[in-house]
Design a protein around this ligand. Structure first.
Ligand code: COA
Length: 205
């Protein structure tokens, strides 16, 4: 994976936090799954997974990641200190992902950004709950103080999943964001305060 802008110490802590993967678990219905970080050989299956997402949920995915060239570029230059996609697999198939985004510096360097997506065939079985729990643990380990997640206000299940994980509503603005078809939707910002494990968490770079 690409070299990043954050300090070597943070990189080492992240490497340490990722040492436990792959982790084998069972969904609430007993389905065996594995959680592990994204790697380059996942490019094709990750693309397939994203294409399985219903159109209305795709309208908010910011990067034009569905265009193959952009997607290939993103996969080639994945930088875990910037974007850490944790995948859940059932056999060879990706059934869910949760990504932790960190800022390289600035006044929001202590706030990680979380996004999550579950394959439509595997929803309501704890995929997202398990992935969020892993990312919360990683975020705490690398010294982030807070997590936030931005959503379309209509994504009620996603809001509930985040509330279940301890997130609370930070902001809601009516008709504040536009989807890719220029239709306005409510903007929701959810936040979580993390238990800080590192004494030097948030110290300026
Ligand atoms: C939000 C999302 C990630 C949840 O994924 P998931 O793997 O189905 O979630 P989980 O199984 O961990 O369930 C979390 C909670 O939501 C509930 N839930 C999941 N699907 C549900 C459904 N279709 N109807 C009602 N409740 C549902 C679960 O039952 C669980 O609550 P419970 O423990 O009280 O039963 C998934 O719906 C999704 O990918 N949505 C589209 C993308 C999105 O909106 N992402 C958020 C923006 S970053």
């Amino acid at each position: 994976m690409k070299k990043n802008n954050k300090s070597d110490a943070t990189g080492t802590i992240l490497e340490y936090a990722l040492e436990k993967y792959p982790v084998s678990l069972k969904l609430r219905d007993g389905t065996p799954v594995v959680i592990r970080p994204f790697c380059r050989r996942d490019e094709n299956r990750l693309h397939k997974f994203l294409l399985a997402v219903p159109e209305e949920e795709r309208l908010f995915i910011k990067k034009r990641i569905f265009e193959r060239a952009n997607f290939h570029e993103w996969c080639r230059h994945a930088d875990f200190l910037e974007n850490l996609p944790l995948l859940m697999l059932h056999g060879e198939k990706i059934i869910g992902e949760a990504t932790l985004r960190q800022r390289p510096g600035g006044w929001k360097r202590h706030i990680g950004v979380l996004t999550m997506l579950t394959h439509p065939d595997f929803r309501g079985r704890d995929v997202s709950r398990m992935l969020i729990a892993e990312q919360v643990e990683i975020a705490g380990a690398v010294g982030l103080r807070k997590l936030e997640s931005e959503l379309n206000g209509e994504r009620k299940i996603a809001i509930r999943s985040l509330e279940d994980a301890g997130f609370h509503l930070l902001m809601r603005r009516t008709d504040y964001v536009l989807d890719m078809n220029a239709v306005p939707h409510d903007y929701v910002l959810m936040g979580l305060d993390l238990r800080v494990e590192e004494e030097y968490a948030g110290v300026g770079e």
